[in-house]
Ligand binder design. Structure first.
Ligand SMILES: NC(=O)C1=CN([C@@H]2O[C@H](COP(=O)(O)OP(=O)(O)OC[C@H]3O[C@@H](n4cnc5c(N)ncnc54)[C@H](O)[C@@H]3O)[C@@H](O)[C@H]2O)C=CC1
Ligand SMILES: O=C(O)C(=O)[C@H](O)COP(=O)(O)O
Length: 385
């Protein structure tokens, strides 16, 4: 069996080597030529999978080690009896870590407390629901918008815990987008935040997008930021990646190269889920577990010797695991050296090893019960001693 695998997929040999010959290729370069005699295609989000890629190929299985599937023509696969698997939820914890790390950084820079803000979450799926749970457990007020879920669950707006995007825009201090890219239909998300809604955003609002770049009208956001400079943008995803809008990049307070989900844990979970899906497709059993492919964290524990204000302690622990400012600085540096598009992909290909909050054990003195609860609901492993 021949498998063509995106070279950015970690543990590719451990996850796919047992099935046959693994050919690694940068995801953006995988072409019909590579796939002519391939049986399986294992990708991440940067390889458009459609008729022009697969029409001449022998591929019978496509697996994307990501949650987003907007790069895959699933109708084409179904019509041609090509099995397909994605990895829902694999990197959701990492995205939530990214959001918390970003908001704690903004709070410090701008002199507000995250715990006092009202956060609106648009798209309450694997990522959004985990973000909602962590924020609410911290005591942050959260408003949630997910019309497809409200419809599926047969609940009316207001009573369901879901509310409209307009209400979020009206009431929230922070708006976090975690929607998939859907181009058509009643719940399309292409330019969900369009020019009109961007005009309505209140002075001082934070807009964070870690869903898909096309969910925001980038030109309209750029023009609001350039003309009024009264919003704060945190952008991990962009229109036209990797050739993103340089002016919008410069105007974003935190600008990162689509790495919100890039914890080692999240990526490896994605590889493992597609390994399991391929094994099932081939009627094989698999005993491979995350422990087999995921090393222990380099930083396993820290001790907080003094009682700190809760938000300072949160920020300290978050940064011990993941400092989002480094991702912002790295993109700016690489863009300067290589140009924005090349710098964007270089940052992603050479991404430093990042772990999830849960891999850090925070040791606290016995009397710090309240802080222990806060750190624990924020995602850390906490031990009182
Ligand atoms: N920046 C990054 O590194 C990452 C980005 N993503 C992106 O984030 C998206 C969300 O991820 P998950 O939560 O894992 O996906 P998910 O599929 O579990 O959840 C998406 C949610 O969005 C809702 N939704 C769909 N259309 C909507 C609309 N018009 N308005 C409001 N809500 C809507 C859905 O009902 C669903 O509950 C993915 O599709 C992917 O595109 C995901 C992981 C990492
Ligand atoms: O899972 C998704 O969906 C994502 O957006 C991934 O984090 C994207 O990862 P890459 O495909 O950009 O490596």
């Amino acid at each position: 069996m021949k498998l063509v695998v995106d070279a950015n997929i970690p543990a590719a040999d451990a996850c796919f080597g047992a099935f046959g010959e693994v050919i690694k290729c940068p995801g953006r370069e995988i072409s019909a030529e590579h796939l002519r005699d391939a049986d399986a295609l294992i990708i991440r989000s940067v390889t458009p999978v459609n008729a022009s890629l697969l029409a001449e190929s022998a591929v019978r299985f496509v697996g994307t080690c990501t949650i987003g599937i907007d790069h895959v023509d699933t109708h084409y696969l179904a019509e041609h009896d090509i099995a397909f698997a994605s990895a829902p939820g694999c990197n959701a914890e990492a995205v939530v870590d990214y959001v918390l790390a970003s908001l704690l950084t903004l709070a410090e820079r701008q002199g507000w407390r995250l715990l006092d803000r009202c956060v609106g979450i648009v798209g309450v799926g694997n990522v959004g629901s985990r973000l909602q749970a962590r924020l609410q457990a911290l005591g942050v007020e959260v408003l949630a918008c997910d019309p497809p879920r409200a419809e599926r669950e047969g609940v009316s707006e207001g009573k369901s815990g879901f509310t409209s995007l307009e209400t979020l825009i009206e009431h929230c201090d922070v708006l976090c987008l975690h929607t998939p890219l859907v181009s058509t239909g009643p719940h399309a998300t292409q330019h969900l935040l369009d020019a009109e809604r961007i005009t309505e955003l209140a002075h001082g609002m934070v807009v964070l997008n870690a869903g898909r770049g096309d969910c925001i009208d980038g030109l309209a956001l750029r023009s609001r930021l350039a003309s009024q400079n009264d919003l704060t943008a945190v952008l991990d995803v962009w229109e036209n990646e990797p050739a993103i809008d340089a002016a919008l990049h410069d105007l974003a307070m935190l600008a990162t190269p689509h790495i919100a989900g890039y914890s080692l844990d999240g990526k490896l979970r994605g590889s493992l889920m597609i390994h399991q899906a391929l094994a099932a497709h081939l009627d094989q059993t698999s005993e491979l577990t995350l422990d087999d492919i995921c090393p222990p964290p380099a930083l396993a524990s820290i001790t907080l010797q003094q009682a700190l204000p809760s938000e300072d302690a949160l920020r300290l622990c978050a940064r011990a695991v993941y400092d989002v400012r480094h991702d912002h600085e790295r993109l700016t540096r690489e863009a300067h050296a290589l140009g924005l598009a090349k710098g964007f992909d270089t940052c992603r290909a050479n991404y430093p090893l990042r772990r999830e909050f849960s891999t850090l054990t925070v040791r606290l003195r016995d009397e710090a019960q309240t802080l222990a609860t806060i750190l624990s609901v924020a995602g850390f492993t906490v031990v009182l001693a």
